[in-house]
Structure formats: structure tokens, C-alpha cells
Design a protein around this ligand. Structure first.
Ligand SMILES: Cc1cc2nc3c(=O)[nH]c(=O)nc-3n(C[C@H](O)[C@H](O)[C@H](O)COP(=O)(O)OP(=O)(O)OC[C@H]3O[C@@H](n4cnc5c(N)ncnc54)[C@H](O)[C@@H]3O)c2cc1C
Length: 513
């Protein structure tokens, strides 16, 4: 069911059992879990069904520290959220991502990978990915052209990715609109979360829009699912009863902001050309591919962060003759296409998948977790947005561990490439000095906003508990990567969706108490 909050009478009271604030990957994944239940779900979305420049500008903020992109370019403020332009790279976190690592300050989740496995499996269905399996051998049986570089497996591993640029705003619009118990309010921007006097219970949320309408939402449970920066803004700005903001008794809201650091770091020159099917990625076509990763043993030994390197062929070095020779093995190709067809029934596009170019020269791009750092922080700025909410200020702060880890990852890849006689690696100038903590100007993140309401059983160390409930507030939860204590090696959305499904299960159970 859909209601445009601009069309309601001013000061309408909206009531339900559950109120989900934000209809992006996290919010919609949660709402889907409640369809056909006896509960009335209010899904509040600040924007409409399409891009709206005026609403998008509500994301505007300021930044200091390491250069950070304009907030309006890295997120989308309408139904479907940032999945409207995400790249769809999905992979579960590794076991090590959840562990406390003595060389990574503030690392360690109160959860283990095995706790999330059943939810990752369910998240696969929501994001419409292939089977929940990330083992190279499993995929090699289906996709026989996927050869990794023959490198020392004690040091270098293959990290498998699956892809689906699932645009939630398209694929789930009808489902949400047709669900009788899901009441989607568009142009319903949450601007204030109001509590009882001792700040133990949310009583209502105030929503506004540019039509000058203000409405009140009452529910038994409230879930913040607006993304890590926006969640922080709302918690800090909702300060009528808690002066430092909600969940912020220990000055933690907004801290430990993390990204995945993405940057071109090295060039790989192969001695012989190599078929790149495993590493090949073509947006909208590739369903599975691999990246170079560092084994957990080597990470422990070198005391580095978790990250992977993409292997991107430089087009001018493609060897077309070799590619043609390979395609002469038509029978093999045909069976390969059949395998892919069985998997996703997309023969035409999947046919292309077998055509990974063969070449000699590659660019290597890092994708690495940023270490948790309390000074990397979102806070409230001095200006207000068009609906009167203080804008966000970002201080993106990278550490020496971040820099050293990138350098070491490429040192290890280069060493093993040389040792196996495959090729030589040329490290970018800015990464050659082992003592230099600075990052190049063009350093950027993957547009993955993580941390800010980190999960910890101890309220002195985290904003939310193991169930994503805000410490001390009975009926307020956070859905999304804001809850991650560490950023993990892989991109966040699969884990966001898994955690959102888990949170839904938790609230359903809690409603029976
Ligand atoms: C270019 C790009 C590429 C990406 N590629 C990948 C990738 O390959 N793999 C990956 O894992 N991740 C990727 N991401 C990140 C991914 O898009 C996010 O992790 C994911 O969308 C986060 O989901 P979310 O629901 O937490 O936030 P969002 O998807 O941003 O949704 C938040 C929702 O809340 C709404 N909202 C905000 N404020 C309010 C308010 N006050 N009141 C009501 N509603 C509000 C917004 O309109 C929006 O609909 C990419 C991001 C970008 C920008």
C-alpha cells in the first residue's frame, strides 16, 4: 500500500506495529520479511519513486581530513536507496573478519561467521544471487575457464564474488505496493525521534516534507535504516531529551566511520599472456569472478588488514589471436554456456562471460577494509538542511596500518608473482616508502559507509547490542552497515541484508514476549 505523505492533511497521526525508517537495501529487505504477517508495518521513505534533486540535496554535508566525496554523489535519496546505482559486488565476510585481531585495534564482532551463514543464505535470495557458495572449486565445476594465477596458495588465495545489480526500487516496488500490511509512505522524511522522559523508549517519530507538511508516527518498534551517515544525523539531532543525542551516552555515535579503500596501486606485467576469465568483470554481464586475496595465515603473520586486489587488463595489451584460438574449442564453449544457462537462464549474456580477454599487462586495484578508528567520525555540522535538520560533517581519517597493509598486500602479490616466474609487479610511487603514512590525493572509498553505531555487547564500547538494538532504548534498532564493528574485506551490502533479515527474526520473536 502506498501513501504520498505530501497529500495527507497536515499533522496526520500514522500508527502501526513496526516503523522502518528508510527504504533502501536494509529497509526494504526488512519490510519483505513482514509481508503476510498480522503486523502493520509503516515504511517511511524520505524521497519518492524517482530521483528528486531537492530531496537529494538533503544529503548535503561538509568534510575534513582525507578528501571525501560529496555526500550527495555517494547515496540516493528515494525508494530503493543507493541500490539505484550500486555495482552489485557481493561476497560474505571471511571468518577472520569477525575475529578479534591483536594487530587491529577495536577489531572483533560479538558474532561469528557461522551465526550469519543462515542469514547470508536468505540474503542471497533477496538480492537474487546464485547459490550461496564462494568456493573456487565449486565454481570451477560449473565454469571451467576459471583458472587462477598459479601462485603459492599459502600466501595468495582467490576471493570469489557474485554479482547482481539488484535495483531494489524496481524489483520490489510492486511487491511492497501490493502488500496489504506494508504501508509505504513516500516523501516522509524522519526529522526527529522522540522518547519518553528517561530515554528508554521511543514514543514517536516526526516526519516532514517540502510541501510543508509535518506528521507523527507512533509504533511499538522503530528501525533506523537510512545508511550510516544519515542514521548518525538522526540520532545526534534527536536531542530534546538526551542532550548528546540518542544512544550517545558514551560519545560513540558517529565514531569509527569506515570505508573500503579503493585505489589503483600497482601494474602487473606478465611474462606470458594469461587468460583472465576468473578475474574478468563486465558490469551487468559477469555473475561470478575472482580477485587476488591474502590468506588468513599470511594476514596474521604480516599483521595486515583484509583486502583483495582486482586484476584489470589494460585493453591495449589484449591478445586477440589467443582469444580466437581458444574459441576454436567450440564444444567446450558450448558446454560452458549450457552450464551458465542452467544457472541463470541468460544464455546470451552469459556467452560473453567465457570471453575473458587474454593479455600481458594488468592494473591492480586495491579494495581493503579501513581499520576501526574513533577519530574517523561523522558529527553534526553547523548548517541545517531544507527541513531544519543539522547537516552531517565527516572527518575521514586513515591510519598508518591502512597504508602499510596496502603496501604489504602488493609486496606479497609481487613476491609470489616473481617466485612463480609469472610476471613482475610495479608498485605505484606513493606506496614505495614503507614509512610514509600519507595517502595519494586520488584515494577514495567504494561508497560503502560503515561503522558509526558499532555493535558491541558493552554499551561503553558500542551503540547497538548483538541484536542491533540501541543500548538502553527498548524499541529502537539500527539496520545496516552502521552496526558493523569492522568493515570486513568484502563490500557490505550482502552482510547488510543478512543482518537486516536477522534483525527481523529477532523483533518477531520479541513481539511474542
Ligand atoms: C556507486 C556505488 C556503487 C556501489 N557498489 C556496491 C557494491 O558493488 N557492493 C556493495 O556491497 N555495495 C555497493 N555500494 C554500497 C551500497 O549501495 C550500500 O551498501 C547499500 O545501498 C546500503 O543500503 P542501506 O539501506 O543501508 O542505505 P541506502 O541504500 O542508502 O538506503 C537508505 C534509504 O533511506 C532513505 N532515507 C534517508 N534518510 C531518510 C530519512 N531521514 N527519512 C526517511 N528516509 C530516509 C533514503 O532515501 C534511502 O532510500 C555502492 C554504492 C555506490 C554509491
Amino acid at each position: 500500500m502506498h501513501i504520498d505523505a505530501r497529500q495527507l492533511n497536515n499533522n496526520t497521526l500514522i500508527e502501526g506495529d513496526l516503523c522502518i525508517i528508510g527504504a533502501g537495501a536494509a529497509g526494504i529487505s526488512m519490510a519483505l520479511e513482514w509481508i503476510h504477517t498480522s503486523h502493520k508495518v509503516i515504511l517511511l521513505e524520505g524521497g519518492g519513486f524517482d530521483y528528486d534533486e531537492k530531496v537529494q540535496q538533503l544529503y548535503k554535508g561538509t568534510s575534513s581530513g582525507q578528501k571525501f566525496p560529496d555526500f550527495t554523489s555517494s547515496r540516493l535519496h528515494y525508494f530503493g536507496g543507493t541500490t539505484g546505482h550500486w555495482a552489485g559486488f557481493c561476497s560474505p565476510f571471511d571468518e577472520l573478519d569477525f575475529e578479534e585481531r591483536d594487530w587491529v585495534p577495536y577489531s572483533g564482532w560479538p558474532l561469528k561467521k557461522k551465526d550469519l551463514d543462515p542469514f547470508y543464505d536468505r540474503a542471497h535470495k533477496t538480492i537474487q544471487l546464485g547459490p550461496y557458495n564462494y568456493d573456487l572449486k565449486f565454481w570451477q565445476k560449473k565454469l571451467p575457464y576459471m583458472y587462477p594465477f598459479p601462485l603459492n596458495e599459502k600466501v595468495i588465495r582467490t576471493k570469489i564474488w557474485q554479482y547482481n545489480q539488484a535495483r531494489y526500487g524496481n524489483i520490489y516496488k510492486e511487491t511492497i505496493l501490493n502488500a496489504k500490511n506494508i504501508h509505504l509512505y513516500t516523501y516522509a522524511n524522519a526529522v526527529d525521534i522522540q522518547t519518553n522522559d528517561n530515554v528508554s523508549q521511543i514514543e514517536q517519530v516526526i516526519v516532514k516534507n517540502y510541501s510543508g507538511k509535518t506528521h507523527t508516527v507512533k509504533a511499538k518498534h522503530f528501525i533506523l535504516a537510512c545508511g550510516a551517515i544519515q542514521n548518525t544525523r538522526l540520532l545526534l539531532a534527536s536531542n530534546s531529551k538526551a542532550k548528546a543525542g540518542l544512544g550517545n551516552d558514551n560519545d560513540l555515535v558517529g565514531r569509527y566511520f569506515m570505508e573500503h579503500i579503493e585505489l589503483n596501486v600497482a601494474e602487473l606485467n606478465m611474462i606470458k599472456p594469461f587468460a583472465t576469465n576468473l578475474y574478468n568483470f563486465e558490469m551487468g554481464v559477469t555473475k561470478v569472478s575472482g580477485e587476488l586475496g591474502i590468506t588468513h595465515e599470511a594476514q596474521k603473520q604480516e599483521k595486515i588488514l583484509n583486502g583483495t586486489s582486482s586484476v584489470n587488463l589494460l585493453p591495449e595489451t589484449v591478445d586477440n589471436q589467443l582469444r580466437l584460438d581458444r574459441w576454436k574449442h567450440y564444444e567446450e564453449t558450448e558446454s560452458y554456456i549450457k552450464d551458465m544457462t542452467d544457472l541463470w537462464e541468460e544464455a546470451d549474456t552469459q556467452a560473453k562471460f567465457g570471453m575473458g580477454a587474454i593479455g600481458k599487462k594488468f592494473h591492480l586495484n586495491i579494495r581493503m577494509e579501513q581499520s576501526p578508528n574513533p577519530n574517523s567520525r561523522v558529527s553534526l555540522g553547523t548548517e541545517k538542511d531544507g527541513l531544519g535538520v543539522p547537516k552531517a560533517h565527516m572527518n575521514w581519517d586513515l591510519t598508518f596500518l591502512d597504508k602499510r597493509s596496502i603496501r604489504t598486500i602488493y609486496y606479497l602479490i609481487g613476491r609470489e608473482m616473481g617466485a612463480s616466474g609469472l610476471g613482475r609487479l610495479k608498485l605505484r610511487e606513493e606506496f614505495r616508502d614503507a614509512n610514509d603514512p600519507t595517502f595519494p590525493e586520488d584515494t577514495h572509498g567504494g561508497n560503502h559507509h560503515i561503522g558509526t553505531t558499532r555493535m558491541d555487547a558493552d554499551p561503553k564500547k558500542g551503540v547497538v547490542d548483538i541484536n542491533c538494538q540501541v543500548h538502553g532504548i527498548n524499541n529502537l534498532y539500527v539496520a545496516g552497515s552502521a552496526c558493523f564493528p569492522t568493515a570486513g574485506g568484502p563490500n557490505p551490502t550482502l552482510t547488510i541484508v543478512a543482518l537486516s533479515i536477522r534483525l527481523s527474526d529477532f523483533i518477531k520473536e520479541k513481539m511474542k514476549w
